[in-house]
Design a protein around this ligand. Structure first.
Ligand SMILES: *[C@@H]1O[C@H](CO)[C@@H](O)[C@H](O)[C@H]1NC(C)=O
Ligand SMILES: *[C@@H]1O[C@H](CO)[C@@H](O)[C@H](O)[C@H]1NC(C)=O
Ligand SMILES: *[C@@H]1O[C@H](CO)[C@@H](O)[C@H](O)[C@H]1NC(C)=O
Length: 314
């Protein structure tokens, strides 16, 4: 009996932790017919735009009354000023939302500053937008319309290019565009994941097969092109850790022949070679990369119930 109670409490705490770990960050909002996420960490307009894009959403603008009301509520939760996704970067003095709605057609009033470089709009007070320098650092709101289904339920993300791999229990997405290591990690993180962490030889072979020349079918791809993964020598002292802070010794650490050699003294980022072995690489080279995502961490609430999504495993 006593043991049962202890177990009950332990299990309760454990499931609470699991629920918190799996909290979605996009909340279904029927008023705006879609999902909303407030980013409290300030960013430039460009980074806010890109973050929403990588998340599968758009930087929100008050294009109709419900969105204006929602943005106002979110603005109120911050220090008081947020970006809206409306700018005149493509044509001076012509403010248009990312979806293409003219600012004149939005249910807000706008005050124009006369300074140069005021090409982006901020929400400064209720119903009131203002032009601003796009390089400021401000919180922002991302929005995804419900018509942009189907969502990827198996991997708990809006992005259908994440594929569930039953052998590892993770989801993966191979990015075909080449990026520097830090940018790659930022993209994976915006997608709700991280640069892939290889736990064992089987996972190394799965990733290697995913990125084989035959699987990729992209031109100018050599058998030696590295694939960035989530390991790094942060302190530049030969101590490698994963992006989740684990020692490399605790995961797959089969280095290629003679590696890590810290060639040129500056190879601090980890990659996977075509032969399935690890290599140290310059962090600023641009190369392909694989993001990994925990399918239990669904990013969004269910489109019809509004509740967190249960993982849907085969
Ligand atoms: C948020 O709303 C409350 C109540 O209307 C108001 O008192 C407060 O000043 C607002 N905060 C911001 C940052 O606008
Ligand atoms: C405004 O933007 C320009 C470039 O876009 C920058 O050089 C300038 O320092 C910015 N001014 C302020 C006050 O942030
Ligand atoms: C990788 O591909 C090879 C050749 O197609 C296959 O024999 C092997 O089983 C695959 N390994 C994994 C782990 O998928």
């Amino acid at each position: 009996m006593f043991v049962k109670i202890i177990f009950g409490i332990a299990f309760g705490v454990l499931s609470l932790i699991l629920i918190i770990a799996g909290m979605p960050d996009y909340y279904q909002d029927d008023n705006v017919v879609g999902w909303i996420k407030l980013h409290k960490t300030p960013a430039t307009f460009k980074d806010a735009y890109m973050t929403c894009y990588y998340e599968g959403a758009v930087l929100a603008s008050p294009i109709n009354d419900p969105l204006a009301a929602t943005l106002e509520r979110k603005r109120n939760m911050t220090d008081g000023v947020i970006w809206i996704g409306t700018h005149s970067l493509f044509s001076e003095n012509d403010f248009i939302s990312i979806e293409g709605v003219q600012v004149n057609d939005m249910p807000i009033s706008i005050s124009y500053e006369t300074e140069p470089n005021e090409n982006c709009l901020i929400m400064a007070s209720a119903g009131q937008a203002q032009t601003s320098n796009c390089t400021r650092l401000l919180p922002f709101v991302c929005y995804r319309h419900r018509r942009d289904e189907p969502v990827n339920f198996k991997c708990g993300t809006f992005d259908n290019r994440y594929k569930y791999e039953p052998r590892t229990g993770s989801c993966y997405k191979l990015h075909h565009e080449r990026q520097e290591w830090l940018r790659a990690q930022l993209i994976c993180s915006s997608e709700g994941g991280y640069l892939a962490v290889v736990n064992d030889e089987e996972e190394a072979m799965i990733l290697r097969n995913m990125s084989s020349r035959r699987a990729l079918k992209i031109s100018k791809y050599t058998d030696w092109e590295p694939l960035f993964i989530g390991i790094r020598d942060w302190d530049r002292k030969g101590i490698w850790t994963t992006v989740q802070g684990d020692s490399l010794d605790s995961v797959y650490h089969a280095w290629g022949w003679g590696q890590p050699d810290n060639l040129g003294g500056r190879q601090y980022c980890g990659s996977l070679l075509k032969n399935g072995l690890l290599d140290d690489t310059w962090c600023h080279v641009k190369t392909l990369f694989i993001c990994e995502k925990d399918p239990c961490k669904a990013r969004f609430t269910h489109p019809s119930t509004g509740n967190p999504i249960e993982p849907d495993f085969p």
